[in-house]
Design a protein around this ligand. Structure first.
Ligand code: SF4
Length: 219
């Protein structure tokens, strides 16, 4: 079981085990572009999409329409065509337009930098809002996606039903030094070792400590 007594050791081992794996796309893209608006757009595009597709489509869109004004001028049909590959493109295109409009007119073109205000943006939930805070503004936040939610439950560190619930519990117990980075660590760990279906427990550095809660089959 992982508790606050051994969390430092567990995260240390996880960090070491992911050193040689590819970094999440959003982290790489954000380092390159360094603009919270594009952190937000890439995050909206990444929903239920593979990393490589998100990267390709975000860069394509960025080259075609770099500013908020250019995104708004882009005909909806054309925007849908550009982002088609990411799936759910009808909804994503509409959300991108609405979010951009709200930022441009209600926030004078500046992406808000607080959780409360980010949650006012259409189509932006807690996961996206936290990611914009941590990756776009380097501010405190805990981005809980399916990997973070799943892994902390398997470890027995939380016992929750939804990612939003996990975030609330993590805000109460996870040491603050891990808040900003935990998503990056666990996305890589979840994509390569602690897979959703049949995780590689035999290769896992915390195999002995992990109670594997909810894991039906492992390798
Ligand atoms: S891979 Fe297995 S042992 Fe490692 S954290 Fe996931 S469930 Fe636990």
């Amino acid at each position: 079981m992982i508790t606050n007594k051994n969390i430092d050791e567990a995260i240390g081992k996880i960090k070491k085990s992911i050193k040689n794996f590819e970094k999440p796309v959003l982290e790489k893209f954000n380092k390159k572009i360094n603009d919270p608006y594009w952190t937000l757009i890439s995050c909206l595009l990444s929903l239920r999409t593979k990393d490589a597709i998100t990267e390709e489509v975000t860069e394509k869109l960025y080259k075609i329409a770099r500013t908020q004004q250019q995104i708004l001028k882009l005909p909806l049909k054309k925007l849908k065509k550009i982002i088609y590959k990411t799936g759910f493109y009808n909804n994503k295109a509409r959300v991108i337009k609405k979010v951009t409009e709200k930022i441009l007119y209600d926030f004078k073109g500046k992406v808000p930098d607080t959780l409360e205000k980010l949650l006012l943006l259409p189509g932006v939930g807690r996961k996206t809002a936290n990611l914009v805070l941590t990756e776009g503004f380097n501010k405190m936040g805990i981005c809980v996606d399916t990997h973070v939610h799943k892994i902390f439950n398997r470890l027995g560190y939380v016992k929750t039903k939804t990612p939003d619930e996990t975030e609330i519990i993590l805000r109460q117990k996870l040491p603050k030094k891990y808040w900003k980075k935990i998503n990056n660590y666990l996305v890589i760990f979840g994509q390569n070792i602690c897979l959703s279906v049949s995780p590689f427990c035999s290769k896992c550095p915390i195999n002995n400590e992990c109670p594997k809660i909810g894991v039906k089959k492992n390798r």
